[in-house]
Design a protein around this ligand. Structure first.
Ligand code: GLC
Ligand code: GLC
Length: 814
């Protein structure tokens, strides 16, 4: 069953009934001011950091779900009936409900009692504010006398504190109201120099800034007293819960429409110009007023919306494909890059599953997110790389996470996840291949943000690699440390204390537990280091890296091979994990994907044998599972992975992040049919018709889909903020469709299904637009290239002469 449909022309998903299985959300903003918005207008906003600068309040895991957000209420002042056009929170039986989630905006509304109302929510580029454009139309035969109420709840900035520290918080709330604008200024009197505001373009008939006055005692969002009564008390919040609501009276003749613009924003004043008059405690509004005035005008709001639309048109034009498969086209051309923007901006911090107060930006996560983002805005990717590298420790190790607002490593989580450093190499390699900007390697970057410790970025990469070489175990494979990519395979943890963190507990640090996955990753990273060193003219270093790669490949084949697949690890006692010898957890997806992707075992049949084993033992109709058989009980020596009930998360769910590794591996072996088959099993658009089962949004990837060991096999969880976005984008564009960035130029080596006659693509790369036309003339994967009519030797199209901005590439597959 479906709850809506894709509108590919408008680049929107149109939800046509409000009671989706879960709230289906979208993101507003793509720079500093960000927010989430559900299909019924629930959600919240923040400035840069969802924990430390939360602008509006949101209660996670609420009952009912998703209550609180950016609400509009309409009231018929004659019948006294009131409702919300977004269905929530009043849940009236609205007609023609729709929510159009677009790229950076959502339009939500319906029709009720002959009144149509839609609100368009978005964040203008370059501004720290959001605009709500509410259009109300009277479809009755008679005049309508209405009241409109806006409603938001201000958060007292630090979302963690806001949800816990009531003894203080109920006393600190402060607001000002001036010219119809509600200013939220809690703590502005002391150390903050920022405030929030909520403005309305229409003349207001009243307002509330104290939540209690809006809601009324013992009432909630669904039946606020102010709306029911149809009047406001003009309350001024002193302590308790600062709120923002305007009331506007609206008289509409039949067929008349009116638009009201609301602007909710965040503003900072210079520290020495906080107050006006100086010495008072009144906000100096001289710099914010022009901003508010500007966006309250419909024409300016419309222009800002158009600018946002063209911003996305330009970003999406950087890589467009036209294949025989609608789900591939839709995800590659619209939704997957859009999700990559969200993961780049938010890492794993704020979604419906990530509360915004838990995790900062992950070191490995953010590096991987670059794979799907770097082609869009390389300058931002560059800055992110430098920020990440600046949190690296001088040992080459890394803090597992850092806080976006301070850009400092997060001490509470610490480090010791031994795969982390390699991801920096992979992130930088992706940047170099996309941009050819070698200057980044010479950028001085500190370690652990310590002034004076700066070394060129290249040195950081070298230390990343050395970090692993200095930490090898008994088989010469990399030690796993706290965990590798699989945060939940905790081989040194041995925790039997309820509630103890698997992520930060190490009860038995032996130098024994090794990771075959990190070994595969080292091969990938080492190949990049060799290429990079070679192009920097450092042949000795290039040889060194190539030598290390070779050695590690040998060790993987010697100690990491189980007979039919790659082993996963060796535990604290030196016993294999992910082996026929194990009672449970015999085969894991990660080493099969990563080792084959790295090129290990290509020559001697191990690679194809490993992928056959994946197909036989791990693949199911909803994707490829993480391991099998699932752990049926908690194993002290394995940690969090065995803490999950079978079929969920790392314990044998389809952990979608890992699936593209296998797609890439299959492509490397020339198995285009199987690669695309795997791609489509987890492609959200291809799963749209399963919405009742899948439950999460059909336009973005989720982190996991419950596996066959779970009762609700096929149900997705943790949508939006997952490395799945970047890796799937990378797998489909660079490997299956084969339009691959390389150090020297654009490589084109598609491995597509045998039934495809071909496809077309446009790719902008280093300032040149490549028009690519792929035709299949045989059943194999041999590729012949012609660039502007001339045969290309090898698979890499070298950059055209300076000044030429377009290249036509004809690709024949035989
Ligand atoms: C989550 C984490 C990521 C980790 C993965 C597997 O997605 O964000 O860092 O690699 O889980 O445990
Ligand atoms: C990763 C894993 C999750 C684990 C978490 C701990 O996100 O996916 O299962 O609980 O890390 O931070």
């Amino acid at each position: 069953m479906r709850y809506g449909h894709f509108d590919d022309v408008q680049r929107e998903y149109v939800i046509t009934r409000p009671d989706t299985p879960l709230p289906w959300i979208n993101y507003l903003g793509c720079e500093s001011y960000l927010g989430i918005i559900s299909n019924t207008a629930g959600g919240y906003s923040f400035y840069r950091d969802a924990r430390l600068r939360r602008i509006t309040r949101y209660r996670y895991n609420n009952v009912p779900v998703d209550l609180g957000g950016r609400y509009v209420y309409l009231r018929d002042d004659e019948s006294r009936e009131f409702w919300s056009p977004s269905w929530q929170p009043t849940q009236n039986e609205v007609e023609d409900y729709s929510c159009r989630h677009g790229l950076g905006y959502s339009i939500i509304g319906s029709r009720y009692a002959g009144i149509e109302a839609h609100t368009r929510y978005f964040v203008p580029l370059g501004e720290n504010l959001e605009i709500w454009q509410l259009t109300v139309s009277n479809r009755r035969r008679s005049r309508a006398n209405l009241s409109v109420f806006s409603a938001i709840e201000f958060c007292l900035w630090d979302a963690q504190d806001d949800a816990t520290n009531y003894q203080r918080n109920f006393s600190i709330g402060e607001v000002e109201v001036e010219g119809g604008v509600i200013y939220h200024k809690s703590e502005y009197r002391e150390r903050r120099n920022h405030f929030a505001y909520f403005a309305c373009s229409a003349e207001i008939a009243g307002f509330e800034t104290q939540r209690e006055n809006f809601m009324g005692p013992y009432r909630g969002w669904e039946r606020p007293q102010a709306v029911e009564r149809g009047c406001c008390s003009n309350s001024i919040a002193h302590g308790w819960a600062p709120f923002g609501s305007h009331r506007v009276k609206l008289t509409l003749e039949p067929e008349e429409s009116r638009q009201i613009v609301f602007v909710l924003g965040y503003h900072e004043n210079p520290r020495d110009r906080k107050f006006d008059p100086a010495g008072s405690l009144t906000i100096d509004k001289s710099t914010v007023k022009p901003v508010i005035a500007r966006y309250l005008q419909t024409s300016n709001a419309n222009a800002a919306f158009d600018a946002l639309r063209s911003y996305w048109s330009n970003l999406l034009a950087l890589c467009r494909v036209e294949t025989p498969d609608v789900h591939t086209n839709r995800m590659v051309n619209i939704w997957n890059p859009y999700q990559c923007m969200a993961t780049f901006n938010l890492s794993r911090s704020a979604s419906l599953f990530e509360s915004g107060i838990g995790r900062g930006l992950g070191f490995r996560d953010s590096n991987q997110d670059l794979l799907g983002f770097v082609h869009m805005i390389p300058q931002r990717a560059r800055q992110r790389i430098l920020d990440l590298a600046a949190t690296q420790l001088s040992s080459g190790g890394a803090y597992h996470q850092f806080q976006p607002l301070t850009k400092r490593g997060n001490n509470e989580i610490g480090g010791g996840f031994n795969d982390d450093p390699h991801w920096l190499i992979i992130g930088v390699a992706a940047y170099l291949k996309e941009t050819g900007d070698w200057s980044i390697l010479d950028e001085p970057v500190p370690f652990d943000n310590q002034p004076g410790s700066e070394e060129p970025l290249y040195e950081h990469l070298q230390r990343s690699f050395a970090y692993t070489l200095e930490r090898l175990g008994p088989h010469g494979l990399p030690l796993i440390g706290r965990a590798d990519w699989n945060d939940c395979l905790n081989l040194n943890c041995f925790s039997d204390e309820p509630g103890q963190s698997f992520q930060t507990t190490t009860n038995q640090e032996g130098n024994v537990a090794e990771s075959v996955f990190i070994a595969g990753l080292l091969v990938v990273a080492g190949r990049e280091m060799a290429e990079i060193a070679c192009r920097r003219g450092l042949q000795n270093e290039a040889d060194f890296y190539a030598g290390q790669v070779l050695r590690m490949e040998q060790r993987i084949c010697e100690h990491g091979w189980d007979g039919e697949w790659f082993r996963r690890a060796y535990d604290h006692f030196g016993n294999p994990v992910g082996s026929k010898e194990c009672a449970e957890g015999q085969i894991f997806i990660e080493p099969q994907g990563m080792c084959v992707l790295a090129g290990v075992g290509l020559g001697d049949g191990k690679a194809s044998q490993a992928l056959e084993s994946v197909h036989e033992r791990l693949a199911c109709e909803h994707g490829i599972r993480l391991q099998q058989p699932a752990y049926s009980q908690y194993y002290l020596h394995l940690g969090e992975i065995s803490s999950y009930p079978p079929g969920y998360k790392e314990n044998s769910a389809i952990f979608c992040h890992t699936n593209p590794w296998v797609m890439i591996a299959e492509s490397r072996l020339g198995h285009g049919d199987r690669a695309l088959d795997y791609y489509l099993r987890i492609n959200p658009s291809a799963r749209e018709e399963l919405s009742d089962l899948h439950r999460c949004e059909p336009y973005v990837y989720a982190q996991m889909i419950a596996g066959p060991d779970a009762v609700d096999c096929g149900t997705a969880k943790n949508s939006w903020l997952t490395g799945t976005a970047a890796w799937n984008y990378f797998a489909i564009t660079q490997w299956i469709l084969g339009i691959r960035t390389s150090y020297d130029g654009l490589q084109i080596a598609p491995v597509i299904p045998s039934s495809w006659r071909g496809f077309k693509a446009t790719r902008r790369f280093r300032g040149v637009t490549y028009h690519i036309d792929v035709r299949r003339e045989g059943r194999g994967n041999c590729v012949e290239l012609r660039a502007d009519g001339c045969a290309v030797r090898g698979a890499v199209v070298l950059p055209p002469p300076a000044g030429q901005s377009e290249v036509r590439v004809e690709v024949t597959i035989r």
